[in-house]
Write a protein that binds this ligand. Structure first.
Ligand code: NAP
Ligand code: MG
Length: 500
């Protein structure tokens, strides 16, 4: 399968103009299925580029804040429609740039379309409250106001969907944005941002600064005029971002890692659970924050589940995601490939049994890219590193459980709390699990992936810092409340004192 042709050469998009980095330095984005294929060359930005973007955004934000909500919403809706028109091209670019198979890349773009349409509806809602005052002839109400200029920093695994979760609501609420996408997916980010310009968003409201997290990313987070930071990525970087924001008294919303589990109880529909495990563990080559990286199986179902899972796993096809017969694409880059493989060694050393996979794939055309086969370990116990640490690759582990309580306890036994699932046909057990699983998302008879944008998304414990994206309360993350008191009595009235 040959890659799509064409090489993008671009600058940062600041105030509607493409500008090279001030140092003139660049970096490349490459196709993980064919590492010789350069998708594009992008500016490697530093603090001075970030400063320029923030200053531009700040100047532009005043007019945007004063633009009526429905007028802002009309541009957002137009952007969603343009994404719809460009869905196939964007999906193909995504597969080429980060490897996920084409069906999943289409789903990634679809999520952004859904988000845009959903958020556009807020343009005629964005309700505040009118509440009684304790004093006569006094009016009390609330309204939302934007933060000002906000920063968005995103990972490569959902290169359009994740930026859409942040950027649509941020600009809907009247903020201006400076966006630092992942260094592995700058081309997807560029095409996404261009949609807004084509939809009529005024220059300077959405600015993109390409580059590395340790340079452009940290400069953005540390910039004093960035009032709020929306970050999705790993726990260690998230902690650093949070420390900076804490010191600078900025709002900081973190969506971090996961070590998600599917619980399969004895009474479950085993074939359905196997379908879910395959999709949950190996979709996006396991590079999802919600990947089903643990399969906790009650003893009575263990043998049947394991043998069916192995049979189905052995039939998955690895390859370039643009080939529609391929089930599992490459992983994002060489260092990630080596990291995933290191966990196979760790699993073996800790005493787990490797059932399938476990070797870097180098047959034929696979040698041109970064491919790791679906890998399954059995006999995994909760203290093993492969049961605790996020691998972010197509590796999953089977963990036996002795009962419902034991299974739920194992499911809750990591530092993360993003997505947990249970397969059972027993209503009582399902509801026990819904209440006892300690995570932001719970699925019943479905795998740990498959979030829809009209529900909140995020996790407990080390998965984040208590925030949720998407869902009906999404504007709470992207705006601040203003409380307004209007006294029309014509005299001084003192709250708490002059009450009747
Ligand atoms: P990452 O290394 O934390 O990077 C995320 C973003 O932060 C990238 O844009 C990165 O830039 C930037 N960055 C790196 N260091 C920075 C710093 N010091 N200051 C500011 N920004 C910095 O994560 P990743 O490896 O790309 O993505 C995988 C992780 O994301 C996994 O842990 C996964 O679970 C998590 N994730 C979570 C969710 C969720 O919603 N909970 C969703 C998807 C992924 P570079 O690209 O230059 O490194
Ligand atoms: Mg790449």
């Amino acid at each position: 399968m040959t890659a799509v042709a064409g090489r993008i050469e671009t600058g940062n998009l600041i105030g509607g103009e493409y500008r090279p980095s001030e140092t003139g330095r660049t970096f490349e984005s490459r196709n993980p299925a064919h590492s010789g294929d350069v998708v594009g060359v992008f500016p490697r930005s530093s603090a001075s580029d970030v400063n320029a973007a923030v200053a531009t955004a700040r100047a532009a934000s005043v007019g945007w804040r004063r633009t009526p909500w429905p007028s802002r919403a009309a541009i957002i809706l137009r952007a969603a429609e343009l994404l719809e028109e460009r869905k196939e091209d964007l999906a193909r670019l995504m597969t080429r740039e980060m490897g996920k198979v084409l069906t999943e890349a289409r789903g990634d773009v679809q999520e952004a379309i859904d988000m845009g349409k959903f958020i556009a509806g807020e343009g005629r809602r964005a309700f505040g409250e009118t509440v009684p005052s304790e004093l006569r002839d006094k009016w009390a109400m609330t309204m939302r106001q934007p933060f000002g200029v906000v920063g968005c920093v995103t990972p490569w695994n959902f290169p359009i969907a994740i930026p859409s979760w942040k950027i649509f609501p941020a600009i809907m609420a009247g903020n201006a944005v400076v966006f630092k996408p992942a260094q592995d997916t700058p081309a997807c980010a560029l095409r996404f941002v261009e949609v807004f310009a084509d939809a009529g968003l005024p220059p300077g409201i959405l600015n993109i600064v390409f580059g590395f997290g340790s340079e452009a990313g940290s400069a953005l987070v540390e910039h004093p005029d960035i009032a709020a930071v929306y970050f999705t990525g790993g726990v260690d970087v998230g902690r650093t971002v949070s420390e900076t924001c804490g010191r600078m008294l900025k709002k900081c919303s973190l969506e971090l890692g996961g070590k998600n589990a599917i619980v399969v109880l004895d009474d479950a529909d085993i074939e359905l659970a196997v379908d879910g495990a395959l999709w949950g563990a190996f979709g996006t080559a396991g590079q999802r924050c919600t990947a089903s990286s643990r399969l906790i199986v009650e003893r009575g179902a263990l043998d049947e589940f394991t043998s069916r899972l192995l049979d189905r796993t052995s039939r998955l096809r690895l390859g370039d995601g643009l080939d529609e017969t391929v089930d599992v694409g490459p992983v994002i880059n060489e260092s990630q490939l080596r990291r995933i493989h290191s966990y196979t060694d760790i699993g073996r050393a800790d005493g787990a049994t490797l059932l399938i996979g476990g070797e870097i794939a180098r047959d034929g055309a696979l040698a041109e890219g970064w491919f790791y086969p679906p890998t399954v370990f059995a006999d995994v116990t909760r203290s093993m590193r492969i049961a605790q640490e996020e691998i972010f690759g197509p590796t999953t582990v089977i963990m036996p459980a002795t009962s419902l309580d034991d299974a739920l306890d194992v499911a809750n036994s990591t530092r993360y709390g993003l997505s947990l699932s249970v397969y059972t046909n027993d209503l009582r057990k399902a509801f026990r699990a819904i209440h006892e699983l300690h995570s932001g998302i719970v699925y019943v008879n479905a795998p740990t992936i498959g979030a829809e944008i009209q529900l909140p998304f995020g996790g407990t414990r080390d998965t984040g810092n208590g925030h949720r994206e998407a869902g009906g309360h999404v504007l709470d993350e992207f705006s601040e409340w203003k409380s307004i008191y209007i006294d029309y009595s014509g005299r001084l009235q003192r709250a708490q004192i002059d009450t009747e």
